[in-house]
Ligand binder design. Structure first.
Ligand code: ACM
Length: 382
């Protein structure tokens, strides 16, 4: 039994407008779907979950404002945030009010908050396999382009180390505004044409990824020889740019919509029947979905929705998510996930080219080689 049978209000904090709405809309829908499923199957031991949604407009200050409003209204559980700048803005508020943020987005790592559960990939679960795959498949000369905020800077720092350790080189590293002008993109395309790398590594996020990939397509670069590799360009961004601009590019993530497991087929069918048959479903949406189910299992198990009890119970919960088995590591509040790499095909579908044989322990501080692997994709080959 839970401590009360009153409905439980939870915060849902994903942008419906602004630079990264394209992916955050999928995260919000996934959270709402999971809440509906939980309520339909009896809620949290009879207690209904009521989502309280806000649109923080892809703006860290607005995220902080909305989070403050939520905690002042007594909400202690919040599902939300895409950009790391928004997570950081929200976490201050969450920590001060002893609330709990469930954060379903890949990020740069090197963080721990007692008030956050991280269900997106840490760098050891996506950057390592991507660096290995790109170097082995395309060559060792990289060009970096990112959006101008904290995640791209930090992610590039890690990627540069990985590439250099493998004997590769970073020819240049550039940043464009979150909402770039045509000129900003044109300058990047001209530089790529001049330095002719083997691979472009992009940490450009949101609608700007659409603009970059479309300009890349227009410039006529051959994706079979010189693709863009990314951690952030998922199904939502590919749908926005169109299959023609996306074809041949590479992304690493723990989830792709094309996974054929029964759990994923069921998830995709439920999502599309609720939000439309063409609705794109990204890794960020899948993480948003399963983290609500992780939360619900922990609440049922502990009979509580208080932070400390939930965290203790989460350590005992393992879930068959659409990507495979997931579980929160109680040592660091990050999640065991299954690294994958995929290439976009002519229909705009991610075709999986590498997949870990099992979920990988999260190592947000990159301090230990994972069990059974030497940080090498050869250990992860299908
Ligand atoms: C991100 O900013 N964590 C994608």
């Amino acid at each position: 039994m839970l401590d009360t049978s009153d409905p439980l209000e939870v915060g849902v904090l994903f942008s419906q407008t602004g630079a990264t709405a394209v992916v955050e809309k999928t995260q919000r829908q996934a959270v709402l779907l999971a809440i509906e499923e939980i309520n339909q199957s009896g809620g949290l031991n009879g207690r209904e979950i009521v989502p309280i949604c806000a649109d923080p407009r892809s703006d860290p200050r607005q995220f902080r404002h909305e989070a403050k409003e939520m905690v002042q209204a007594g909400i202690k559980i919040i599902f939300g945030c895409y950009m790391s700048s928004t997570r950081r803005a929200v976490l201050q508020v969450i920590e001060q009010s002893d609330a709990l943020l469930f954060y379903p987005t890949l990020y740069e790592g090197f963080e721990f908050s007692p008030n956050c559960v991280y269900s997106g990939a840490a760098p050891n679960q996506n950057s390592i396999v991507l660096a290995d795959y790109l170097l082995e498949s395309y060559g060792d000369r990289f060009y970096f382009v990112g959006s101008n905020y904290v995640f791209p800077y930090e992610s590039n720092r890690i990627m540069r180390d990985l590439i250099q350790n493998l004997g590769g080189r970073v020819l240049d590293e550039r940043y464009i505004p979150l909402v770039p002008k045509a000129d900003d993109i044109d300058r990047i395309i001209a530089e790529i044409a001049t330095c002719a790398p083997a691979v472009v590594f992009s940490t450009v996020v949101g609608d700007a990824a659409r603009a970059l990939y479309q300009a890349y397509d227009m410039a006529g670069f051959d994706r079979a020889l010189m693709p863009i590799g990314s951690l952030t360009t998922g199904e939502a961004e590919i749908a926005a740019m169109g299959a023609e601009a996306g074809e041949g590019h590479i992304t690493s993530a723990p989830y792709f919509c094309s996974i054929t497991s029964p759990e994923n087929r069921r998830f995709v069918a439920a999502y599309r029947s609720r939000f439309g048959q063409e609705a794109p479903i990204s890794a960020c949406a899948e993480a948003a979905y399963f983290q609500v189910h992780l939360f619900a299992e922990a609440a049922r198990l502990s009979g509580s929705t208080a932070r400390a009890e939930l965290l203790e119970a989460l350590a005992k919960v393992e879930l068959a998510a659409p990507q495979g088995s997931v579980k929160v590591d109680s040592r660091n509040h990050h999640t065991f996930l299954t690294p994958r790499v995929a290439r976009v095909d002519a229909a705009g579908v991610f075709e999986i080219v590498y997949e870990s044989k099992r979920p990988l322990r999260p190592d947000p501080y990159m301090v230990e080689p994972s069990e059974g692997t030497s940080w090498s994709i050869s250990a992860l080959a299908l």
